[in-house]
Design a protein around this ligand. Sequence first.
Ligand code: VGL
Ligand code: ZN
Length: 212
Amino acid sequence: MDALLLVDVQNDFMPFGALPVADGDAVVPVANALARRFELVVATQDWHPADHGSFAVNHPGTEPGEMIELGGVPQVLWPPHCVQDSPGASFHSALDIGPISHVVHKGTDPRIDSYSGFFDNGHLKATGLEGFLRERGVKRVVLLGLATDYCVKFTALDGVALGFEVTVVADGCRGVELEPGDSRRAFDEMAAAGCRVVTSADLGQAGPAGGG
Ligand code: VGL
Ligand code: ZN
């Protein structure tokens, strides 16, 4: 069984959002085209409380982009984004949510961030995504979304570490690029860890995905 995993296709990561990813909305048509072809489509949402420790505003004297320690691990500070139930946390309005059968919220604990859809950044708590996929017999996870250099990367790396076959759809991903080249390095890291990095065209045109 294959699952399509849509990572954080949320307004705040779009070019008009609070934590803008250049060209982030380009992932939406890729997601919509692929979602039709999977029996199981799961989405993650970054879902922070307003007092989340990854927000620079919650650490007086700091600015976005600075590093601190949070939950025992290094943490980049961000502008407030994806606050639970805010418009910025919603899926992009053009994302076809019909095929999505399950949504995983992450980053809900103010004391630690969670880039991966599977675990928080300290690997202390699971989100439930692994169990959800295993209960349904999922062996291969095809993933895309935002951002390449954070949530896509850490979700892909945890996925392979957990024993899933992970395929990353490169044209369905865009990165934050705090440092130029971060996205390219993220794709290299994912490939080195055993992820297949493909384009949506490589996955073929017709029928349910799984053959390609
Ligand atoms: C993300 C930074 C902060 C992401 C989430 O979805 O990649 N990046 N929170
Ligand atoms: Zn976040």
